[in-house]
Design a protein around this ligand. Structure first.
Ligand code: MMA
Length: 167
């Protein structure tokens, strides 16, 4: 009886692990090797991505800031260029990120599950199209490399959070 209970527990935790493992995926890194690493992995605990700020100049994606729940991440990148801001609608998620890069990131296009297409930057360089591996998963946080511009970006996909610290 005890052996059966232990076996049942083991199976339950193994299948929970399998479910967990099948919900996250990663796309990237897109860009060059310069700059200093950043990651918003801790920020995802503040909630779903609710807004984006992207600084652009004539050639590059210069800087990034992402709002998780009601909390803005630290700004990463440089100071020169125009800061653009877009808020997502309540419950809206990013389900694809496309863009262009050479040594630095040059373009970012966010596509949402409400059919919106939000482009930033210049249409030159090597293309990438990043999408989640698993159905019903969304952009949860970003990572990458930055200095005076955004050198590179990585996209981390997972389930839309059912609760968060500050929503
Ligand atoms: C800085 C430095 C580099 C980085 C560039 C572009 C000007 O140099 O951080 O490592 O590649 O900025 O972001």
């Amino acid at each position: 009886m005890l052996a059966f209970a232990v076996l049942a527990l083991l199976c339950a935790s193994a299948s929970a692990n399998a479910i967990q493992a099948r919900s996250s995926s990663y796309s990237g890194e897109y860009g060059g090797g310069g700059g200093k690493r950043f990651s918003h992995s801790g920020n995802q605990l503040d909630g779903p991505i609710t807004a984006l700020r992207v600084r652009v100049n004539r050639y590059f994606i210069v800087g990034l800031q992402v709002r998780y729940g009601t909390v803005w991440s630290d700004y990463v990148g440089g100071r020169l260029g125009d800061l653009e801001e877009i808020f997502l609608h309540p419950g809206e998620s990013v389900i694809q990120v496309s863009g262009k890069y050479k040594s630095y990131l040059k373009q970012l296009i966010f596509v949402t599950d409400k059919g919106r297409y939000l482009p930033f930057g210049k249409d030159t360089g090597t293309s990438f199209n990043a999408v989640p591996l698993h159905p019903n998963t969304v952009l949860r946080f970003i990572s990458g490399r930055s200095g005076s511009v955004i050198d590179a970006i990585g996209l981390h996909w997972g389930v839309y959070p059912s609760h968060c610290n500050s929503c």
